[in-house]
Design a protein around this ligand. Sequence first.
Ligand SMILES: Cc1cc2nc3c(=O)[nH]c(=O)nc-3n(C[C@H](O)[C@H](O)[C@H](O)COP(=O)(O)OP(=O)(O)OC[C@H]3O[C@@H](n4cnc5c(N)ncnc54)[C@H](O)[C@@H]3O)c2cc1C
Ligand SMILES: NC(=O)c1ccc[n+]([C@@H]2O[C@H](COP(=O)([O-])OP(=O)(O)OC[C@H]3O[C@@H](n4cnc5c(N)ncnc54)[C@H](O)[C@@H]3O)[C@@H](O)[C@H]2O)c1
Length: 533
Amino acid sequence: MRAVPGLGMRTVRIEENMERVSEIDARRAEKMVSEGAPVFPEGVAPSLGDDGLPTGGPADDDLYDVVVIGGGPTGENLAERAHAGELRVAVVEHELVGGECSYWACMPSKALLRPAAALADARRVGGAAQAVTGALDAAAVLARRDSFASDWNDDGQVRWLATAGLHLVRGHGRLDGPRRVVVRTPDGGERVLRARHAVAVCTGSQAALPDLPGLAEARVWTSREATSAKTVPPRLAVVGGGVVAVEMATAWRALGSEVTMLVRDDRLLGNMEPFAGELVAESLLASGVDLRFGESATEVRRSAAHEIVLTLASGGTLTADEALFATGRRPTTSDLGLETVGCKPGDWLAVDDTGLVAGVEGEWLYAAGDVNHRVLLTHQGKYQGRIFGGVIADRAHGRPLDLAPWGRSVATADLAAVPQVVFTDPEAAAVGLTLEQAHRQGLRVRAVDYDLGGVAGASLYADGYRGRARAVVDQDREVLVGVTFVGPGVSELVHSAAVAVAAEVPLNRMWHVVPAYPTIGEIWLRLLETYRG
Ligand SMILES: Cc1cc2nc3c(=O)[nH]c(=O)nc-3n(C[C@H](O)[C@H](O)[C@H](O)COP(=O)(O)OP(=O)(O)OC[C@H]3O[C@@H](n4cnc5c(N)ncnc54)[C@H](O)[C@@H]3O)c2cc1C
Ligand SMILES: NC(=O)c1ccc[n+]([C@@H]2O[C@H](COP(=O)([O-])OP(=O)(O)OC[C@H]3O[C@@H](n4cnc5c(N)ncnc54)[C@H](O)[C@@H]3O)[C@@H](O)[C@H]2O)c1
């Protein structure tokens, strides 16, 4: 990444975005940034000149090759890949280009969590620990978070779209029959976009709230408020035991809130190996979080004193200043005109492995990212965007697809090798199947477990390092189908695990993949030795 002097944070973000575009577009984009490319406002999209760059004037017409509804990470990547396939692409966005991830999810949440992790890491190292005597500076953490959310201003991403040769149409997009999208523009007008080849729905998801008495009026927090709040609530109730709940409980506890978690199940992080939830629970309890399993709220109200009062299923009440409901997601499809193409508003859009929406004739309607419910993660949405954008271009040009598993035209990794990192303390990082999921798929597997604290690199990383690793080995093929690491600093190990699982690296070849000494990565050797006995 190269910072352009004088243009500050936003330019750095543009440079990051450039990494996503093809080499040729990156060169064009760089030239345009250095020349001060124009930003195209409200409903005015640039038209392309002969060189494929926006000319700066209004679009010649509203006929495109591809119309992408939703300019989040998925829509951006799909649009860029379709454009790299020489298609004319419009991106319709009704809020901020960059989507949930940039402003109310990945970026601000990780910006809240990183200072807490850095401090915790320092406190676990003798010599450094003595130098760390204070608590987090909450105001500074929140200010750094604000900058990572670009102060909820999307100029940088809008500029990237333009430099990548994509047309931005500001407004709310709705399908209006096959290959037509009607956009309600911010000025109250309407534009009808027509797509020669494809419409891609990349509208993401939003917080799903339970149907509880009083909840609608109580102004509870969803993930949006939890990632963008400007002050630290003295008392925070968190409902849920999934990823948003544990990450936000970790962040706000570290910032000084008294946190109470209401978890209706008997464990945290139910989609991961059980030891991940156990180690995270242990650490939350040690940090002072009041963690209550088998508990939920049955009613919510905001008192005259602006306190939130939750009625508990077990009896009694819990009073807090804010209450975060981290109870899952629902698709952003209720006001999308799905009924005009034979789909049901409010439903997730099931797709095949090339991204085509099930049950819609004519190979023109695609759905990618959260909205298709395959995997609710940014990197997986971007991956689908890359694959499906390429498929759209190939189909448009009449080129053959490569549909074999792991072929160019299918999103196979969604089914076999999804990496995820939960940025709690300790971190939990995993890819592929858990032992239980592998058993459910009928695989003949063996779990190989190892105490991460026994790895030399880990003991150097933190005094009294606590962590655990599990590899799930498919014994018939002698390859890994799942790997989980839990411990401080394990997030950066997950890509090595993803390579091993996605590439189905034979274990006898992994024996020759030598980890550097003394790193936490030596866990790979310990797992193999344990498997071989
Ligand atoms: C608190 C939190 C933390 C997270 N942290 C991580 C993380 O660390 N790593 C990770 O991989 N994932 C994380 N996720 C998940 C990640 O945010 C999502 O998987 C990702 O944002 C999905 O991208 P998307 O492009 O599919 O949808 P979105 O990011 O939701 O983007 C959809 C876009 O479509 C627009 N839109 C919707 N409807 C219309 C319409 N009708 N017309 C025009 N525009 C429309 C929206 O305004 C939005 O910009 C987190 C989620 C949450 C809630
Ligand atoms: N670091 C990351 O990669 C990251 C971070 C945050 C979110 N995400 C993604 O965002 C998605 C959404 O996360 P999430 O935590 O909101 O959802 P989730 O599905 O992971 O967890 C939802 C939790 O809420 C509980 N719940 C659901 N309904 C409830 C109710 N009525 N009452 C009480 N509890 C209830 C569930 O039992 C579960 O514990 C996840 O799929 C995740 O992949 C990823």
